[in-house]
Design a protein. Structure first.
Length: 325
């Protein structure tokens, strides 16, 4: 029990230090800030959600004592809560009856475990990315005008600090940045949460503490209702005001979810290629370097959700049935 508590405290302290490093203003602190859930996720997956919850509570209380209540609440909502819940979902499973194999004479006696689907975990990550971004924007104001005004003033200060002789034509550039800032923040939050969860699962698997088999990520798919939610969010983007900002955040999060499933589709459709590693590696490099080609992955994920490319591909690759006589 003492070791369990010590692990919780160490994980909470590491996450709190990474979260609080943002006050230093150093560039590396931004990376540490976004990866702050990682230690608590490792504790949650390796030692159980209770370990992460204890570490998160201790870290939030410590930050509150040092920096005040806003830091305590921000850490609890944006770091501790996602780490605890996502770690819980990774280990969530239920027993199902063993199915009868077509080559077996009788059903398996041992029960099988159905683990929580990876696609639904992606949807939870999108939800937490939305929650984090909306919470951050509400600290700037409670309406669209206040939020955009605060963002614009902050960007102007940053621009003039870098170049005091910046021309007035930069106003259009700043307006464009203010427009895309909520969606961009959502994308960064979602990608770093996804990366943190993947890294924490890899760490626990390498150490032998992952209490579930590694999932087949190529089979990840979002629930069917996600497409309807994306259509509603896209429609609300044209309303205006705070509702439009929230809709833009939701649209960005759901599109990134489909981009990740698009990569899963790409991994599946290239199974028959001899140069598969080259094409996959080239795709990842192009997306990371240029950014905008991720739109192709979004389109691929959406197309698979509508037309079922992976299902058709895998069905055509299955061997013909054995002769019955």
């Amino acid at each position: 029990m003492m070791v369990f508590g010590l692990i919780a405290l160490v994980a909470g302290a590491a996450s709190a230090l990474m979260f609080a490093s943002i006050v230093s203003g150093a560039l590396i602190s931004l990376v540490l800030f976004y990866l702050a859930p990682l230690p608590l996720m490792v504790a949650s997956i390796g030692w159980g959600p209770l370990c992460a919850s204890l570490g998160g509570i201790a870290a939030a209380l410590g930050l509150g004592a040092l920096f005040g209540l806003p830091y305590c609440l921000a850490f609890a909502v944006t770091v501790a809560l996602p780490a605890w819940w996502l770690g819980h979902l990774v280990l969530l499973g239920r027993q199902v009856d063993g199915a009868t194999s077509p080559l077996a004479t009788e059903a398996r006696a041992e029960p099988d475990i159905e683990w929580y689907p990876v696609g639904r975990i992606l949807l939870w990550i999108a939800g937490f990315a939305m929650l984090t971004t909306i919470a951050a924007l509400l600290t700037l104001g409670t309406d669209a005008e206040a939020i955009t005004g605060t963002l614009k003033r902050g960007l102007i200060r940053i621009l003039h600090a870098a170049d005091p002789q910046a021309p007035s034509e930069c106003d259009q550039f700043i307006d464009a940045l203010v427009t895309i800032a909520p969606a961009a923040a959502t994308i960064v939050s979602m990608m770093t949460l996804t990366l943190s969860l993947w890294l924490s699962a890899k760490v626990t698997a390498t150490s032998g503490r992952l209490r579930r088999p590694w999932p087949d990520l190529m089979t990840a798919e979002l629930p069917a209702t996600t497409l309807a939610g994306l259509c509603v969010a896209l429609a609300l983007c044209f309303t205006g005001g705070l509702l439009a900002i929230v809709a833009q955040i939701a649209t960005a999060a759901l599109m990134m979810s489909y981009a990740l499933t698009g990569f899963a589709v790409l991994h599946t459709l290239t199974l028959a290629l001899k140069s598969r590693t080259f094409w996959l590696g080239s795709t990842y490099v192009v997306v990371v370097v240029f950014g905008w080609p991720v739109i192709a992955m979004v389109a691929l994920g959406l197309a698979d959700a509508v037309f079922g490319f992976r299902e058709r591909f895998l069905r055509n690759r299955q061997p013909p049935p054995l002769p019955t006589s």
